[in-house]
Design a protein around this ligand. Structure first.
Ligand code: HAM
Length: 418
């Protein structure tokens, strides 16, 4: 029986790994520049963490989690990174560290979703979380992390949409208004929305089934019912983005698919990455640390889907130069030369120069063909004549030029010139 990769997963092959490294390294560099440090968290956590953290009325928790039991304990493959980072923040006593505590991550995540362009069941996220700052300065700063990152990647014109979904105080008031709007028509809505109506009416706004219905489109928007503090926070965020020259639009429909958000929510969107178009999503979650069992502590963060980011980069024609790690091919014409080459390759690698030799018993011509096909930029042919004269030629494949050097200078020549 042929075994294929499970639906919704994909291999990342050597031909495309260069662009992944570029995204991951650029993200880490930009995060470091803003004072963030990397955290690595487990791939699976107690199921309860996501139920409490992400929210038990969300699609992610009710429909999309990969949950399994071991030794009577329910565990779940992480569907996102925030809940795990918050758990680690609490467990490792990070709340006693100077604020803000800034953490970034580079993870795989798992959601049992319907396959679509840009939507996988195993996917990758680059994200960050910051704890201990009420904002709105930090809200603007984390958006600027993304702005700088996109620029360094050579990606432009990704739309930034922002919204405020208020605090529990204004949300309570708004929920009543929203319920009044939906109550006379509740029977027209899907089963999920009927449950949401009781448990979490805000979630009805981004229902995947009913989202396009007039009743949802005409629903009152939370941004129009913010309390004074939340309105000031949102206005101040807008001023700060204006000051940084970061363009945005206000989209009252952004409520995000996870329950932990308060106040600022935002998304970077593009039509190149599939029906939902979201490359990156994030926001503030001032109640989450407490919900997961920690102290009262504001938090904010975002995560970006790497698959979607790279789709966008490709659609924008970003050129990813793949570096040549192997700089020189040493082709051997005799047994003695092959012995010499084996030791020379060892010395070159110790000295930090990537190189290759034949490992498949290829004849001389076949070795040359292999080096050409592999695109190795330099070639050196070594036979008995070169061993006895002590002189070798290094050929630059790009223009065919050759330089003759002493065989004993091979390592230092390569270190200096390649
Ligand atoms: P999210 O919006 O659920 O937020 O996911 C963030 C990003 O992950 C999305 O914008 C998208 O690019 C990518 N993504 C999500 N699901 C899939 C999928 N099935 N296939 C491919 N890519 C996907 C979060 O995960 C929050 N934890 C973000 C956050 C961090 N908020 C505060 N801190």
């Amino acid at each position: 029986m042929k075994i294929s990769a499970p639906k919704g997963t994909r291999d990342i092959l050597p031909a495309e790994i260069g662009r992944w490294h570029k995204a991951q390294k650029t993200f880490a560099d930009v995060c470091h520049m803003f004072g963030y440090e990397e955290i690595r968290i487990p791939t699976f956590e107690d199921t309860d963490l996501f139920q409490r953290g992400v929210g038990d009325t969300t699609d992610v928790v009710t429909k999309e989690m990969y949950t399994f039991e071991k030794s009577g304990r329910s565990l779940t493959l992480r569907p996102e990174g925030t809940a795990g980072v918050v758990r680690s923040f609490i467990e490792n006593g990070m709340s006693s560290m100077p604020s803000p505590v800034r953490l970034f991550y580079d993870i795989t995540a798992f959601r049992y979703e319907k396959m679509q362009k840009g939507r996988y069941r195993e996917f990758h996220q680059l994200g960050l979380e910051a704890f201990g700052s009420q904002g709105p300065e930090i809200d603007a700063e984390i958006i600027s992390v993304l702005d700088v990152f996109f620029k360094k990647m050579g990606i432009s014109h990704i739309g930034l949409k922002i919204n405020s979904i208020g605090c529990p105080k204004c949300r309570n008031e708004y929920n009543k208004i929203l319920k009044d709007h939906f109550r006379p028509h509740i029977a027209e809505l899907c089963e999920d929305c009927q449950t949401r109506f009781e448990k979490n009416p805000l979630r009805m706004i981004d229902c995947k089934v009913d989202g396009e219905k007039e009743l949802i489109k005409t629903a009152p928007r939370l941004v129009d019912y913010l309390c004074d503090d939340c309105r000031d926070h949102f206005d101040s965020l807008k001023n700060r983005l204006d000051n940084l020259g970061i363009a945005y639009t206000i989209d009252p429909n952004i409520v995000r698919g996870l329950d932990y958000y308060t106040r600022t929510v935002f998304e970077f969107v593009s039509e190149n990455v599939g029906t939902q178009g979201t490359i990156c999503g994030g926001g503030r979650y001032d109640g989450l640390v407490e919900t997961v069992g920690g102290p009262s502590m504001p938090g904010i963060g975002f995560a970006m889907g790497v698959e979607r980011l790279l789709m966008e980069a490709e659609a924008q024609g970003v050129n990813f130069e793949e570096p040549h790690y192997v700089k020189i091919y040493l082709a051997g014409m005799s047994d003695a030369a092959r012995d010499f080459i084996a030791k020379a390759c060892y010395d070159l690698r110790l000295a930090g120069v990537g190189c290759e030799q034949d490992l498949c018993g290829r004849a001389f011509r076949a070795q040359m063909k292999y080096a050409g096909k592999a695109g190795i930029p330099y070639l050196c042919v070594i036979g008995d004549d070169e061993l006895s004269s002590g002189r070798i030629k290094i050929k630059k494949m790009e223009d065919g030029s050759e330089e003759e050097i002493d065989i004993k200078d091979l390592v230092s020549y390569c270190q200096t010139n390649m």
